[in-house]
Ligand binder design. Structure first.
Ligand code: NAP
Length: 247
């Protein structure tokens, strides 16, 4: 598994430690809690350590990414580097994101490109798209307040999903045959960011208010239109409220 220090990677690691699989994990930093799994240093961009990381491996779950910094170098060049060392791999599992071709954000376009790269390559693969994780939405949009206000884009919709449920879904794919692209993995409900912010204020008994703004542009329109959601695939069971209460 790549990306062992990441948000998804940490959840994967937590569940993989209890499976019968012999697990090797890799990233540039060593995870704080790696449960004594076999960790290998590797850098997708420089290529250092990749050969060692994929040695004696049958299946890869590729959870490494870098949305903000060096996004193309990691998502595309890094994937190419990894695939070039992965000729022997029987199953390459790639987590992706629901609606990426309809949302004009550079990182999402790179994910489309990465999916294409996989589909044109020779390594057998499964692409599993998920909606945004509960923790990601909270962290990015509902963690900082300005003068006790959560400032959020009006009408943006989310169908966030629990990262542990998605991690378990990915691990379930390991013993299956490579399937190309599988059905989207969406959270249990669609909410506006305002509803999510109000829920957080209620649940955590915070003395904050919601201040919503209207953002121009196609990106905002895509999130307002719920392009990042998929009502037909509400696979996750854990709601945003349960996620907040369990934290
Ligand atoms: N976040 C969401 O809401 C969401 C929703 C659906 C799907 N996904 C997908 O799930 C996957 C994981 O996302 P995430 O949110 O867990 O990401 P994340 O928390 O940002 O973790 C990224 C991981 O990538 C590693 N990494 C970054 N640059 C690297 C490099 N040059 N070489 C090797 N490793 C590198 C990082 O480890 P080091 O820095 O230690 O190397 C880290 O472990 C991505 O494919 C993402 O698109 C995310």
């Amino acid at each position: 598994m790549t990306g062992s220090t990441g948000y998804l990677g940490s959840a994967l690691l937590w569940h993989l430690k209890d499976t019968e699989y012999k697990v090797k994990i890799t990233s540039r930093r060593r995870p704080q809690d790696w449960h004594q799994l076999d960790w290998v240093y590797s850098d997708l961009v420089s290529g250092e350590g990749l050969e060692e990381a994929v040695k004696d491996v049958n299946v890869i779950i590729h959870a490494a990414t870098s949305p903000m910094k060096n996004a193309k170098k990691v998502e595309i060049d890094g994937l190419e580097n990894l695939l070039s060392k992965s000729k022997h791999i029987q199953h390459f599992i790639y987590p992706s994101i629901v609606g990426i071709e309809e949302i004009p954000w550079k990182y999402y376009q790179l994910k489309v490109e990465a999916e294409e790269l996989l589909s044109k390559g020779t390594v057998p693969y499964t692409i599993a798209r998920a909606t945004q994780f509960h923790g990601f939405v909270e962290n990015l949009l509902l963690s900082k307040s300005l003068f006790n206000r959560y400032v959020i884009p009006r009408k943006w919709k989310m169908q966030s999903v629990d990262v542990h449920e998605f991690a378990t879904h990915l691990i379930d794919l390991v013993h299956k045959d490579p399937q190309g692209r599988v059905e989207d993995y969406g959270g249990p409900e669609i909410m506006t960011l305002r509803e999510m912010a109000e829920l957080k204020i209620d649940t955590k008994k915070e003395k904050k208010i919601v201040f919503d703004v209207s953002l121009p542009g196609k990106l905002s329109k895509a999130f307002e239109g719920g392009k990042n959601t998929n009502l037909h695939n509400q696979k996750g069971k854990i709601t945003f409220e349960q996620f907040l209460r369990n934290k």
